[in-house]
Write a protein that binds this ligand. Sequence first.
Ligand SMILES: [Zn+2]
Length: 139
Amino acid sequence: MTTDYAGPLPDTTDPLTGPHWAAARDGRLAAQCCARCGALRWQPAPICPECLQAGGDWVDLAGTGTIWSFAVYHRAMGPAFRDAVPYTVAMVELDEGPRMVGMLTDAADDGSDVTIGQRVRASYEPVTDDVTLVRWVRA
Ligand SMILES: [Zn+2]
């Protein structure tokens, strides 16, 4: 199943971010975890920002968190999003700590039903046969 998504697509073969996209295709949220100090990180990075250890193991996360901040987009950030406005983008503080940005797909068009601190869970939107995007909905 895919949607009529016309936005940019990631390179799912990128060795740094590929595990995230593979997990999303499977309906899982994953992040890197430092093998030395155990710090979870998002975005993916080649070294741990806490202790500078290279690499990192990918671990599954709960896929739940709270809205740390959000914005309602009334102007499309590019032509591909012209038909999507207005839409709400949330910064979600995951229960494990890292913060992740994504569309909050169950928000009212004007965002009036969204508040900081609301519980959310990841949802997974297949947009091509290869790419599944992580979205957020209220839990
Ligand atoms: Zn570390």
